[in-house]
Design a protein around this ligand. Structure first.
Ligand code: PA5
Length: 464
């Protein structure tokens, strides 16, 4: 396992009184151990089914591989319809592990279908997708754990209608449903229409579902080795088996973040230095935000906790965000993701000897430049006494991505236990969903519709 967490720059020995002293950190050992024990106690139960995902899927993995092989041979396009946890993981893993211009490669190089994820209901994007795919050569993977999410079900209805008009009875062969076996409408529709179906285990919530069929089927379809993803996750799980803050990297991050949140660092920047990991930051932002941002704790106290995740990309955002990180308020922890090596590199050629201010670049590679800029940004942040840590990945491959996802899931679960909140619910999202249902006249939401109708209208004086 070549994933390491370096948190030197969180410590007061490096960043002075903005950092954490060793004795303060050590004083959290028992607390961290208890959070670890609580998470371990829940392993496999209730909404912690995701902790079993690396171990209990050999049958479904076989079936996913067989389905993926068939799709790779017979289809030109594979489209995921989903949102939130049902879309961010597939996007993140695809971008991390496939060619960065995968869809533009010729078919003989791709060896599989073009890949799209429709994770919004923007009509222009939906129409744009239909401009570039041929639905008759497409498989649509409808992913929704609840089987009820309005956005995903709207997409499904549009696609199913189009397929039926074009293909009649054969429409069903172009849809794969990934959903709960027991709940929601998608499973009922799947049974009625005869769609091929993969189940999301009950104990696996959306944002913890990338290593379930939610993520594994799309990954396998584009040719990602899903067994290696799961192996990486398993090995990370083993690495985090003990509740020892000095050895368990996920527990170390959760503890450092917990201490930081307590001292007012309410923003957690995640900044990979690799384009391939850009969407891992998006996936992580949902995991961290939706899991930890809670109004009440497990004892019913109003706590309004959480840490706002901010996605940034090195080096791009050095020219956008880093001024603020260096000189703005001391309210952030910056987590870098560093990769040991890029899968391909480009040498900056000679050609500017007469301009020494440009010539210094020549002969170096872009990979070297990227990692030197990471070093320089981290060094400067540290000079500014800004709390930061680095997750170091030897290489970006299936094994390390599986391990990284699992590390982040564990870190979030530990942080949830430390904050004494339910990391697996999202009551704050329901308000908006219910209001939308009411606006659309859904049965059972009449009272909400009435409440919205009788709400005080906007005051004209504040509209200019
Ligand atoms: O993490 C979660 O549970 C949510 O973000 C869901 O993934 C999101 O709301 C989509 O839900 P569903 O998969 O039920 O359509």
């Amino acid at each position: 396992m070549s994933i390491k967490v370096n948190y030197n720059n969180m410590m007061s020995t490096v960043i002075g009184d903005k950092g954490i002293t060793e004795s303060e950190y050590a004083s959290y050992a028992k607390f961290a151990k208890a959070a670890h024990a609580k998470v371990e106690e829940g392993r496999g139960n209730a909404m912690q089914g995701w902790m079993d995902s690396p171990y209990n899927q050999s049958d479904v993995v076989k079936r996913i591989k067989a389905t993926a092989a068939r799709i790779r041979k017979s289809c030109d396009y594979f489209v995921v319809l989903g949102i939130g946890g049902s879309a961010l993981g597939p996007i993140a893993v695809f971008t991390a592990l496939k060619h960065l211009y995968y869809n533009d490669l010729p078919k003989r190089v791709r060896k599989g279908p073009k890949f799209y994820v429709l994770d919004n209901v923007d009509p222009e994007r939906m129409n744009a997708l239909f401009d570039v795919i041929d639905v008759e050569k497409t498989v649509f993977n409808v992913i929704t754990k609840s089987g009820a999410t309005g956005e995903t079900m709207s997409q499904y209805l549009i696609v199913m209608d189009m397929l039926t008009k074009r293909l009649g009875d054969k429409a069903k062969d172009h849809i794969i449903a990934t959903t709960s076996e027991f709940k929601g409408n998608l499973i009922k529709l799947a049974q009625k229409e005869g769609f091929e179906t993969f189940y999301i285990p009950e104990g696996v919530g959306g944002r913890f579902s990338e290593l379930s069929p939610v993520g594994l089927l799309p990954a396998a379809v584009v040719g990602i080795n899903i067994s290696e993803l799961l192996k990486g996750a398993r090995d990370m799980d083993k690495k985090c088996k003990k509740g020892d803050l000095w050895r368990n990297p996920a527990l170390a991050i959760a503890t450092l973040q917990y201490i930081s949140i307590k001292s007012g660092k309410n923003i957690g920047v995640i900044m990979p230095y690799a384009d391939s990991l850009k969407y891992i930051a998006d996936w992580y932002a949902q995991l961290w935000a939706e899991s930890l941002g809670k109004e009440v704790d497990n004892d019913g106290n109003t706590v309004n906790v959480g840490q706002t995740p901010v996605k940034a990309l090195g080096v791009t955002d050095q020219h956008s965000q880093v001024q603020l990180y260096n000189e703005g308020p001391y309210d952030k922890v910056i987590a870098f993701i560093e990769v040991g090596g890029f899968r391909s590199d480009v040498t900056i050629p000679d050609g500017c000897k007469e301009f020494p201010d440009v010539n210094f670049l020549c002969g170096h590679s872009l990979g070297e430049l990227m990692n030197s800029e990471l070093f320089a940004t981290r060094y400067t942040l540290t000079q500014y006494h800004r709390a930061n840590y680095t997750i170091y990945l030897d290489t970006v491959d299936e094994y390390h991505i599986g391990a990284l996802l699992y590390l982040m899931q564990l870190q979030t679960a530990y942080a949830g236990a430390m904050l004494n909140i339910d990391a697996y619910n999202q009551p704050g999202v329901e308000g908006g969903k219910n209001a939308t249902y009411a606006l659309f006249g859904r049965q059972g939401y009449e009272a909400k519709a009435e409440e919205i109708r009788s709400a005080k209208p906007d005051d004209e004086k504040y509209i200019i």
